[in-house]
Design a protein around this ligand. Structure first.
Ligand SMILES: [Zn+2]
Ligand SMILES: [Zn+2]
Length: 158
């Protein structure tokens, strides 16, 4: 079981996934709008069954295959990222809107907590890569497994 809390991925309407879908020239379908809405509102990383469950609250007739296809299309367009979160919740994959700012996923291998720090350090990582290699980073998908502060504290006190 994964316990996590996502940071908001957008601040303005232009950042919204629906507008980003339009910007890429992708056709807007009902399924894309529903999946975009689900991902936009998510405060956690969602596996496909959870996307389906939430999508069905909007359209009870939507199928798993449609949700899969939609997630894949969004992934291929670079609008959605697929993560495995160190397989701490099993073998499934998790989806999130590709953030406009770099962030990392810190996954506690003991309790399954996922933390999502963002900020200067991770932004600077991109700048450092560019400076040192000439490569221009545009997307970053990073996961780190370890022990969260709470679990580490418990271990030390044992
Ligand atoms: Zn994330
Ligand atoms: Zn932990």
């Amino acid at each position: 079981m994964i316990r996590d809390k996502r940071v908001p991925t957008h601040n303005t309407d232009a950042d919204r996934l629906e507008s980003r879908i339009r910007d890429t020239g992708m056709r807007m379908t009902a399924a894309r709008r529903i999946v975009a809405d689900v991902l936009e509102r998510a405060e956690d990383h969602l596996h496909v069954e959870e996307v389906l469950r939430r999508a069905r609250k909007i359209d009870p007739k939507i199928h798993l295959a449609t949700v899969y296809r939609t997630l894949n299309a969004l992934k291929e367009a670079g609008l959605v990222d697929e993560l495995d979160l160190m397989h701490v919740g099993g073998g499934g994959h998790y989806y999130e809107i590709r953030p406009s700012k770099f962030h990392i996923h810190l996954v506690c291998l003991t309790c399954g907590t996922v933390e999502e720090p963002e900020g200067e350090f991770w932004e600077q990582l991109g700048q450092r890569v560019e400076k040192e290699t000439g490569f221009k980073p545009e997307a970053l998908r990073m996961e780190m497994g370890g022990t969260c502060r709470a679990c580490f504290g418990k271990r030390k006190n044992r």
